[in-house]
Structure formats: C-alpha cells, structure tokens
Design a protein around this ligand. Structure first.
Ligand SMILES: *[C@@H]1O[C@H](CO)[C@@H](O)[C@H](O)[C@H]1NC(C)=O
Ligand SMILES: *[C@@H]1O[C@H](CO)[C@@H](O)[C@H](O)[C@H]1NC(C)=O
Ligand SMILES: *[C@@H]1O[C@H](CO)[C@@H](O)[C@H](O)[C@H]1NC(C)=O
Ligand SMILES: *[C@@H]1O[C@H](CO)[C@@H](O)[C@H](O)[C@H]1NC(C)=O
Length: 513
C-alpha cells in the first residue's frame, strides 16, 4: 500500500469514533516516511495492483499485527537479531494496499476501556465490524477496493467470522470482499487438528524430532487402537467417500461429543505433565484417561517432546525444525516498539506529551508487547460457544463467491497440516465434498499457482529434508474456489521463514482472483 505505516494506528484511534460522524477528520493520521534505525519507506508501488486492499491479522488472541508487518510481509523487517530495520524486498504492498490491524482492543498499541470489553468472539466480531465501517468512512476511496482478509493462527477464527459479518450486512454496507486467507489456523474440530493427526505428523518429522523407533511405534499403535488410522485413511481418498466422523471423544476435544469438549486453547492450560520418557510411560500417558481424556496422543507428544533429553535448544511447537540460531522476533518487537523515539513518529505518544517535551526531556513511552496476555486469556477463556470454522467456510465460498485460501507450514506442530487436510476433505463446498484430486501439485518459490499442464503431478516422496529448491516450494490443490498450499521449510509463521515464497503466493493466489 502507499501508506502502510500511516494507517497502522487507525485501529485504536478509529474504534472510538462512530461511523455516523458526518465529516471524519483524517488530519490526525500522519504519514510516516521513515523510522529510527530504518530505511526510507518505499513511496508508491505498482499501480496495476491499486485495486486491492489486504487486511492482515495476527492471532494470539492478542498478538499485534506488527509481528506480520516486521517478519516478512511489510516494507521493513528487523536485520537479523538486531533492532535495526532493513527494507524487505518481498513487501506485499507491491500488490495493493495493506492494512495491519491490531485487534481485539488492547492488542499491540491499541487501547481498551475498563472493564475489558472484547470478552468473547461475538464481541470481537462486532467491534471489528463497527471499526471497519468507521475506517471506510474515514478513507472512502478504499471502500470500492477488492478486499482480501488475511490472517494467521487464531486469526483464522476471526477472519471467517468477520467475513460473515460483512456478507450479512452487504445490503446496508456493501464491501467487495473477494477472498479470505487463513494461515496455520485452527480451521477444524480440535480433535481432528491435533489428537487424530499428531501421530502421522510425528512420523513425518521423526528425524528432526529425534524420536526413537520404539516411541514412534507406541503412537502408531495408538492410532490404530483409537481408530485414527481409519479416519486418516478416509481423509486421503480423493474424492472422499462421505462425511468423516471421529468416534468417541478423544482427548475431550471432539466438538461432536455431548460430553464436555475442550477448545484448542485449553490444550496448553491443563497439561498433566506426565513427563514420559520410555515407550511404556508414553503408552500409559496416552491410555490413562483420567487426566487428558482417552487417546491423549497430543498431550503425550507435547509432554514427551518437552522432557526428552539430549536437546540443545528448547523444543518449539511452532517450528519443530527450530535450532539454537532461531531469533526471538517477539522480543525484538517489544524492545523496538517500546521506544519513545519510535512511538513519536508513529503518532502513538499522545500529542500533548510530545509538545510538552519540546524543551524538556523525552516523553514516557507506553510499553509495547507483541502479544497481550490479558487479551489472550479473556478471549480464550470465553464461555460463549463459537461456531466451528469449518461450518462457516462453505457458505462464504458457495453462496457468496468468496475465494478461500488456506496455507500451512510443514514444521508447525501447534496446528499440523494433516489436520487441516483432514478438515478440508470433510468439508463440502459448491455441492461437492473435499478435493477430488490429491493435494500434490508442486508450486515454486516464484510461482505459487503453476497450471497442471505446465507442471504435471509428481510424487514428492523422494524428498529428504525439505527445502524449497528445485523440488518446489511446497504442494498444493485448487478446486471450486478453494486453494490449499503446504509450504516446505516453514513453521507456524510461514512468512517469517519463507518470505519470497509468500510474496509469490500473495501475487499468484490471494490477489490473483
Ligand atoms: C493488555 O491489555 C490490557 C487490557 O486492555 C491492558 O490493561 C494492558 O495494559 C495491556 N498490556 C500491555 C503490556 O500492553
Ligand atoms: C466432519 O463433518 C461433520 C459434520 O459437520 C462433523 O460432525 C465431523 O466431526 C467432521 N469430521 C472431522 C474429522 O472433522
Ligand atoms: C539475540 O540477542 C539476544 C540479546 O542480545 C541474545 O540473548 C540472543 O541469544 C540472541 N539470539 C541469537 C539467535 O543470536
Ligand atoms: C465470482 O468472483 C469472481 C472474481 O473473484 C468473478 O470473476 C466471477 O464473475 C464471480 N462469479 C459470480 C457468479 O459472481
């Protein structure tokens, strides 16, 4: 976009303004030309893409979209493990206007009233939608753009709900919502996204995770006795044979079950910490149901991997390939964006404190944290039921002609890609269930949507360690308005490890129509 940073702070400031205001005042929004320790920000971008407006959301809940902006999609990113900024050659702003949204309120630089107002998903959605109307009232030239909502992780919950609010109000407030993109998002039943598929994931990453054969064998044994093999078998039929059900209530995560089911967020609050290290301990952790429920493969895998000895660096559920050289980008964000000299040009410090400081010392900056734990625990802890995401998507695609793009990184264990593939094969859109062809079309670092004729189907089984080279950047499928891309060599935050590939993806998939 022409003004990434100028619009950055709109979230907090606009939320308090009613869209009914007749003549919105945009003079409060200042254009940012450069930031401390950073390059000049790029001026205008390719006019051919001027018709697109992408709105990006990070997840959490409660994580700032500045994470997305500075880790691979925005015009600037941190240089290595430093708080110096460099220009990012893969900025998505080449393909249209990009708006980074800090929400729910309280996230990033945005502020919230007391008591905290975004107490559940419905409130989050309503507040976003009110804000969006206000945003377009302030920037009416953007309301006619082709809108693409994009989000990662928990934002995969927000985005379909936001899209539903937009289409439900289309008559009174028309918005050209063209696509929604969900990256490493909890799109499905938590049992499908974790418990049912974790054994297959562990097997695929056995060497990186250094899992001995006897331990892996226990997970495979559980997949058979718990019926997960059967489910996985059905999910690898193209086209699938019918609705894929999950029997029972494995790990108390099956939405379908009448017994109390947990949400994915609960997974990390109630670890039983069995600390299994031997095959026998792993087996009893999976089968003892008093703690995590029956067939607790996911909790056991977490407990096993976080206790397993011999690791030099901490195991990361976000990227199982992570080693000691991994940079903690959230700390970089916190230290950089907490600086007064950064908050002044960003218009974050209240004007009065800036003018007051003219002669005297610097004003006091507000502390910035990349993720806000109050927002996280409030939204995750909400008691109100929320429709599962896979139940919202078919209507958006089928009845509203909105393209759905889903992508995953192969090294993400928090939300593994087999889970997403299972959920998609169980979903019906445009009258047909799932993909009818295997998800095995290769895509390339600079071409995210090669046509089938140019690149015939090929097996990727002979890949050893996945790196996006001649063997491709990943594999994908595209049918009836839905695309799915699996990125090699990427964890939960795909753009961070694969900015070049994501750049091509945004161009060839997201804004391509
Ligand atoms: C997190 O959000 C809460 C609620 O708005 C706020 O009170 C708190 O100051 C925020 N924390 C940080 C570190 O920004
Ligand atoms: C498939 O969809 C049905 C109907 O929505 C649901 O009951 C079932 O749990 C889903 N299965 C999986 C594996 O998500
Ligand atoms: C990055 O810098 C911090 C602080 O200087 C240091 O603690 C950390 O080990 C560094 N990380 C890497 C991967 O070099
Ligand atoms: C659906 O949207 C695409 C653009 O994304 C457009 O080309 C097509 O005509 C639309 N189809 C209908 C039936 O509206």
């Amino acid at each position: 976009m022409r003004s990434v940073l100028r619009l950055l702070w709109a979230g907090s400031s606009l939320l308090s303004l009613s869209p009914a205001y007749a003549t919105p005042d945009v003079s409060q929004f200042k254009k940012v030309d450069s930031l401390p320790d950073g390059p000049a920000l790029p001026p205008t971008e390719d006019p051919a893409y001027d018709d697109n407006l992408m709105i990006w959301f990070n997840g959490g809940p409660g994580c700032s979209s500045l994470i997305g902006l500075t880790t691979g999609s925005g015009p600037i990113s941190f240089e290595g493990n430093s708080t110096r900024l460099v220009a990012n050659p893969y900025a998505w702003s080449k393909f249209g206007h990009v708006l980074y949204m800090d929400q729910p309120v309280g996230t990033g630089y945005s502020t919230a009233s007391e008591p905290y107002p975004a107490i559940d998903n419905d409130r989050v959605t309503t507040q976003f939608y009110d804000w969006l109307q206000s945003f377009f009232a302030h920037f009416p030239h953007l309301q006619s753009k082709q809108v693409h909502l994009m989000g990662e992780s928990w934002a995969g919950i927000y985005v379909p709900h936001f899209a539903s609010a937009i289409v439900d109000n289309q008559d009174s407030f028309p918005i050209k919502l063209r696509s929604i993109t969900l990256g490493d998002a909890p799109v499905g039943n938590p049992a499908a996204m974790s418990t049912v598929t974790i054994g297959k994931f562990l097997e695929s990453q056995q060497s990186i995770l250094q899992i001995p054969n006897d331990i892996l064998a226990v997970f495979k044994e559980a997949d058979e006795t718990c019926g997960f093999d059967d489910i996985l078998e059905q999910a690898t039929q193209f086209p699938p044979g019918g609705s894929i059900s999950i029997p029972g209530n494995p790990e108390i995560l099956n939405y379908k079950s009448r017994r109390r089911s947990r949400d994915l967020g609960d997974m990390f609050t109630g670890s039983c910490n069995t600390q299994p290290t031997t095959a026998e301990e792993v087996r009893s952790s999976i089968t003892q149901s008093s703690c995590s429920g029956p067939c607790a493969t996911f909790s056991t895998a977490m407990d096993y991997l976080t206790t397993a000895a011999g690791r030099q660096c901490d195991f990361s559920i976000y990227d199982v390939s992570q080693d000691c050289s991994t940079i903690d980008s959230l700390s970089l964000l916190a230290s950089y964006f907490s600086r007064a000299d950064v908050q002044i040009p960003l218009n974050v410090l209240p004007f009065s404190s800036v003018t007051a400081s003219n002669s005297a010392s610097q004003p006091t900056p507000s502390p910035f944290s990349a993720c806000n734990s109050t927002v996280l625990s409030t939204v995750l802890g909400s008691q109100s039921p929320r429709a599962p995401i896979y139940s919202l998507l078919p209507t958006l695609v089928t009845s509203h002609n909105i393209s759905l793009h889903i992508f995953f990184g192969e090294y993400d264990m928090l939300l593994n890609h087999y889970g997403a593939e299972l959920v998609l094969q169980n979903m019906t859109w445009h009258g047909t269930q799932g993909f009818s062809h295997p998800i095995n079309r290769p895509f390339y670092p600079d071409n995210a949507a090669p046509s089938v004729s140019r690149y015939p189907h090929s097996s990727s089984n002979n890949r050893k360690r996945n790196s996006p080279t001649a063997s491709g950047a990943g594999r994908f499928a595209s049918e009836r308005g839905v695309t799915y891309h699996l990125f090699w060599g990427a964890g939960h935050n795909v753009m961070a490890s694969r900015p070049r590939e994501m750049f091509a993806y945004v161009r060839d998939v997201v804004v391509a129509g």
